[in-house]
Design a protein around this ligand. Structure first.
Ligand SMILES: Nc1ncnc2c1ncn2[C@@H]1O[C@H](COP(=O)(O)OP(=O)(O)OP(=O)(O)O)[C@@H](O)[C@H]1O
Ligand SMILES: [Mg+2]
Length: 373
């Protein structure tokens, strides 16, 4: 009996809970050549969702490029990842590639290198043509040449830049300007995807920033309970286990309908349960979940200062509308100055947020872990 729950990015043809409206909205924006910022806390299913959008766009004849900017280390590497994303999609569309070598000449900055691989025929990597050019010029040229390609070939084009906030970590003020300069002229739809919401929102909503108001802001919420509960039950049933509605409800409720945690708790619960899932299995599953997430939580806390950890703990134990009230500060042994600095940093890291006017820890399971230990 295989476990029907998954902790990975969900492939476009694998079972997926809801997101029907999001899929429709995003496909429409793509077809309209509109740029969109898709943002949410971590592990809400952004990547799975945009991959699904792209799979459907492919069927409608779009070329869909996907670049992951996670831990990108410089401008040259940003350009390299973009070039690779473009060549990867052209390589997949063999008929396009067969049209001639002109596709291979899109970029003068890089050349594609195909190496045979055991799994799927070939792997594609990218080599620099000239190492002498500064990174900034490589990125500028790569984006310009990509624009020329779009103009020449006129494909219906959709481009996802995942973990887009990472470009701000490059500490190269020019990067946003260069990307924006080219993207604004591309007849295509770009999706900028990320989970550091403060950073992304600032990038697209501050007047002095190149991307100011250049995209639709599209937040992603947790999964709706009426969809999640039957989804959990069906998944259990698909592998022969009966999960009564109140038990599925408990999985949904204990994780606050958080997409990843709902899957992860259901995964552990499935592992523990017999043919009929019991509430105790969910309790035991939750302990397993905490035990396995512990390492990620420890890493999240590791880089923080004392006052930041104190504020996190305070908000985990008691979310509040009035973070700076003297009562709250005294009760949690905080200081006004400490809270102000810590609040700013924790917001940047997307560890805390103000939701329905209440300050709280973003990640519901992290909050439970913090208040326990
Ligand atoms: N619609 C959904 N139905 C069921 N499970 C989902 C759904 N969306 C996301 N998940 C669960 O959430 C997990 C995280 O998904 P994904 O990696 O796409 O999120 P993400 O927002 O891109 O995460 P990150 O912030 O880490 O990049 C998936 O492995 C899956 O378990
Ligand atoms: Mg992702």
């Amino acid at each position: 009996m295989a476990n029907p729950f998954t902790l990975r990015v969900i492939a476009p043809d694998a079972p997926f809970c809801n997101r029907n409206k999001e899929l429709q909205d995003l496909q429409r924006h793509a077809a309209n050549q509109t740029n969109v910022v898709v943002f949410s806390p971590r592990r809400y299913g952004k990547t799975s969702l945009v991959k699904r959008v792209q799979a459907s766009l492919e069927q409608q004849g779009f070329l869909t490029c996907y670049v992951d900017l996670f831990m990108v280390t410089g401008l040259e590497e940003t350009a390299r990842r973009i070039a690779r994303a473009v060549w990867t999609v052209l390589h997949r569309h063999e008929s396009l590639l067969a049209k001639g070598s002109r596709f291979l000449k899109i970029f003068s900055t890089f050349r594609p290198v195909l190496k045979p691989s055991a799994e799927n025929g070939f792997t594609l990597s990218v080599e620099s043509v000239s190492t002498a050019l500064p990174g900034i010029e490589v990125l500028d040229k790569t984006m310009e040449e990509f624009g020329n390609f779009i103009e020449r070939e006129k494909p219906k084009l959709h481009f996802v830049m995942d973990e887009f906030q990472e470009v701000t970590e490059l500490k190269e003020p020019a990067v946003e300007g260069i990307l924006r300069k080219h993207i604004q002229h591309h007849p295509a739809s770009y999706f900028f995807v990320g989970s550091r919401r403060r950073i992304l929102l600032d990038m697209f909503n501050q007047r002095n920033r190149p991307f100011y108001r250049s995209a639709i802001m599209y937040p992603l919420d947790e999964l709706p309970r009426p969809e999640l509960v039957p989804f959990i039950r069906e998944r259990f049933a698909s592998e022969g286990k009966e999960c009564p509605p109140p038990v599925a409800e408990a999985v949904s409720q204990r994780t606050g309908q958080h997409p990843y945690y709902a899957q992860a708790l259901a995964y552990h619960t499935f592992d523990l349960a017999g043919p009929e899932v019991r509430p105790e299995d969910v309790d035991a599953g939750f302990e397993r979940l905490l035990a396995s997430e512990r390492y990620a939580f420890e890493a999240m806390v590791q880089g923080l200062t004392g006052p930041q950890i104190s504020l996190l703990r305070a908000l985990a134990a008691s979310p509040t509308a009035r973070i700076l009230s003297s009562d709250y500060i005294a009760r949690h042994r905080l200081t006004v100055g400490g809270v102000q600095y810590a609040q700013k940093k924790l917001l940047q890291l997307d560890l805390i947020e103000k939701r329905n006017d209440v300050w709280q820890v973003v990640d519901p399971v992290f909050a439970i872990w913090l208040s326990r230990y």
